[in-house]
Each structure stands twice: as structure tokens, then as C-alpha cells.
Design a protein around this ligand. Structure first.
Ligand SMILES: [Mg+2]
Length: 298
């Protein structure tokens, strides 16, 4: 079977990287704003409280729409904080218009660009070996999958080079899709699963409207036609495959969809997967990565 797997949060533990982005965000806000720590911490506390109050309204925004929700992983939490501050700055709430001006003088178009800058600073620390995010179960799991004759394609928003380097740090040899598109184990980075189409399409999970119009990811899924998809963020990784299984008939029907449960996985996405009676797909929450090789065959 061909398996499409997400990278960050599935084959890595992103806890340390996620916390580090948050620290950098705070340090950079202090630097750019020139304000006292108490002020910066208050802005962040206000934004955290709003994200907790209305998680279905906040997250990683693309074209003004939420592409993944602030409570789905620790990276997206930081995107959610930034877009919340952006919203308030536009209305000059909490004195944030001044901070937006300061960001612009530093060359940032908006808070989201600033958050991307902070994320990029973290990536350099990982690249330098200061953070080692590879999940200890990844190598054994990949060996078991390949040994059983399966194919594994890592499809991720992260860059291919970052993924290959982190694999290498864990003693795992992979090739890029560009180098060898027929390899049984290959990496398709820069997948832009977050990018949304012009016209919104999706479905509701309680208060959450989950977008399935993801043209870049859809093109990759069409090319790969996987039998299974695994991800740790329901919106980014699994919502579109589920939509395809429901609507495209035999090409995607019966697809196995695995949500890799992590300490940050929200109740809503966990329950959506656990409680699903989907005739078109088989959904399951994976507590451990090592469960995957056996779960594929069930
Ligand atoms: Mg992920």
C-alpha cells in the first residue's frame, strides 16, 4: 500500500520546536516594540485567552480564512496568536496599532509575516543541531513499513532539505521526490497543504468549519493516489483526503485515514475521527507511531 505521511508532529515530536518559536516570538516582540516585558506578556496573555475562548475563529489564516485552527498544533498556535494581534492592531485595540507600525518599520508586512520570521529563526536552530525533533519511533516504523512492502511518501509543508536533514540526524536515508519520483520512500516537501482555493469548500465539525479547498495538496493526492494518509493536524492533513474519499468514488474510496494523537491534539478532531461512521473511509486515532505498520493491514 502507498502511504502518504505528514512530517512535523508525525515523524517528529514538535513540542520543543513549537515552544522555541513561542519564545522567539516573545523575544522579538520585546526587541521590536521596545516595550517592557510586562506589556508584551499582557498582549500575549490577551491573545491566548481569546484563542482559548474562540478556537474555531482563530489559527493559521490564508486569504482571510482559517486553514488550520489555533488548537491543532503548537506551530499553528503561534500563527493564531499573530493573526489575533493583527486583528486587534487593525482596530487599534490594546494599543497594538503602534506595535504594527514598529513591525512595518522593521520590514514586516504584518504580524503573520513577523510570525513566519520567528518560525524561520527556529528552523535555523534545528538546522544547526540545537534541536533534534526526530521521533524515536520513526526509524523503526519506516523500516517496518518498507520491510512489509509498503511505499511511504512524506508530504509536508516543511522544505525537503529540512526533512532530509532531520531524517539523516536520526540515521534515516531518504531521497527527494524531485530526485527520484519512483522511489518507494521519498520526500515531497513544500507541499503547501495550507494554501486555500479561491472558493471556500469544506464541512463543519461542531463549531469548526474545516476547509477542503486545498489545490496544491489535492494535486499531490491525485498524483499519488495513496491507500492511507497519516497526519497530526486534521484540517491540514486529513480533511481533504476525507472529502476525496466521500466524493471521488473508487479512486479514493476505502482510504485509511490516521490521526496521530499528540498531547496537543484537540478533543474536537480526536472525537471527529473516533466517532466517525464514514462509509467512504476508515478513520482511526493512532496513540503511537509504532502502531502504524499493523494498523495498515487491519
Ligand atoms: Mg504536522
Amino acid at each position: 500500500m502507498k502511504i502518504v505521511s505528514d512530517f512535523d508532529g508525525v515523524l517528529t515530536d514538535l513540542t520543543e520546536e513549537g515552544h522555541r518559536v513561542r519564545e522567539i516570538l516573545r523575544e522579538e516582540l520585546l526587541r521590536v516594540s521596545g516595550r517592557k516585558p510586562a506589556q508584551v506578556d499582557q498582549w500575549l496573555a490577551f491573545a491566548d485567552a481569546e484563542l482559548d475562548r474562540n478556537p474555531h475563529l482563530h489559527g493559521w489564516k490564508v486569504r482571510g480564512r482559517v486553514t488550520a485552527f489555533a488548537n491543532e498544533d503548537l506551530f499553528i498556535r503561534n500563527n493564531g496568536l499573530a493573526s489575533c494581534l493583527e486583528l486587534w492592531a487593525a482596530r487599534d485595540e490594546h494599543g497594538l496599532a503602534d506595535l504594527k507600525g514598529a513591525l512595518e518599520r522593521e520590514g514586516f508586512a504584518d504580524f503573520n509575516a513577523f510570525a513566519n520570521h520567528c518560525y524561520g529563526m527556529m528552523l535555523k536552530e534545528t538546522q544547526a543541531g540545537q534541536i533534534k525533533p526526530i521521533d524515536p519511533q520513526t526509524r523503526g516504523m519506516i523500516e517496518a513499513l518498507l520491510g512489509a512492502g509498503h511505499e511511504l511518501v512524506v508530504v509536508s509543508n516543511s522544505g525537503t532539505q529540512r526533512i532530509l536533514e532531520i531524517f539523516a540526524s536520526g540515521g534515516i536515508q531518504a531521497v527527494s521526490h524531485d530526485q527520484d519520483p519512483r522511489a518507494r520512500f521519498r520526500v515531497r516537501g513544500g507541499a503547501m497543504k495550507f494554501e486555500l482555493g479561491d472558493v471556500s469548500r469544506g464541512f463543519e465539525v461542531g463549531a469548526y468549519f474545516v476547509e477542503t479547498s486545498r489545490p496544491h495538496y489535492e494535486r499531490i493526492l491525485e498524483e499519488e493516489r495513496p491507500g492511507a494518509v497519516i497526519g497530526d493536524v486534521f484540517s491540514l492533513d486529513l480533511a481533504l483526503p476525507l472529502h476525496l474519499a466521500r466524493t471521488r468514488g473508487s479512486a479514493f474510496e476505502g482510504m485509511r485515514l490516521f490521526l496521530r494523537g499528540r498531547h496537543y491534539t484537540p478533543v474536537w478532531s480526536r472525537e471527529k475521527v473516533l466517532g466517525s461512521r464514514e462509509p467512504a473511509a476508515k478513520l482511526r486515532v493512532l496513540g503511537e507511531l509504532s502502531e502504524l505498520p499493523a494498523a495498515i493491514s487491519e
